[in-house]
Ligand binder design. Sequence first.
Ligand code: SAH
Length: 345
Amino acid sequence: MEKKDIKSLTLSELTEEIKNMGEPAFRSKQLYEWMHVKLARDYDEMTNIPKALKEKCRENFTYTSLEKVRVQESQIDDTKKFLFALADGNVIESVFMKYKFGNSVCISSQVGCRMGCRFCASTLDGVERNLLPSEMLDQIYSIARITGEKISRVVVMGSGEPLDNYDNLLRFIKLLTDENGLNMGQRNLTVSTCGIVPNILKLADEKLAINLALSLHASNNDKRKELMPIANQYEIHEVLDACKTYFEKTGRQLTFEYSLVSGVNDTDEDATELSELLKGLNAVVNLIPVNPIKERTFKPTDRAGALSFKNKLEKNHINVTIRREMGRDIDGACGQLRRRHLEEE
Ligand code: SAH
């Protein structure tokens, strides 16, 4: 029988397992606390757990933990990008960002990605595998341990498509926001998707208060198709309708991500069309000049162009922010650090 992944179990599931092993139920609470509050890397750290139980756990469960392979620290801001190795040798990246109002961690949800967005480095070699709930948690836990900082926000905006790993994502959210664990507020969690419509609708029905970000990147479906293959599957209005449903059911404000690509989606006409498209939606557009990757020829819109695009949207009563381009000097864009590491090997 395949061993269960102990850190991906909920407290009640763990309690059930512990009872089946003939151990007293309170042990599960202790184990859970070591894993999800004290962030233990292995059983050796668990000082109040008897040796015999640790042995039983080793026999019955797998225990994930990440190995730090590289850290890149930005010289322009406090951003740190981590490359971690998983137990099977795959590597993933996560980012730590320091803001005045608290620290944020950006995590990966898959090894690689199969969505094929044209400007994105994560997807160049397709998807390798889904991350387990524990492996998503481990990115946050490891960064908390390494930096010694409190982490108040998490964004699932690293490599991978979270809604393509739906069940593990949901379990991850439950564990991260569990009052017996790190107890992060659901409102402090954001999931970013390229727009898998059925799963946006499913998420809307989960009765969660997490924030949804949609990677929009174009003002009409033809342009979106050029940048994002997923647009062949779900038409732009269908995706926006799903987002609207998400807002209606959860009350959480929507974010639309829009990476500005020079000459491709950043013209005045694009701004006008985008304003029309988003009219009446309670949303914020998050502009970010595309981070160029060497495998593609896309160029970022310059500062003046981005500001003029922003002004045009604002004149049309759309809420806009230009994302601070954090960590551009450290392979800031999704999947860049992992790729470089794999190439160097
Ligand atoms: N799969 C999810 C989350 C991953 S990426 C999604 O599609 O939303 C997080 C955001 O960064 C997405 O909006 C993605 O489109 C964007 N992104 C990826 N590569 C980029 C690049 N090179 N420059 C700018 N934005 C990029």
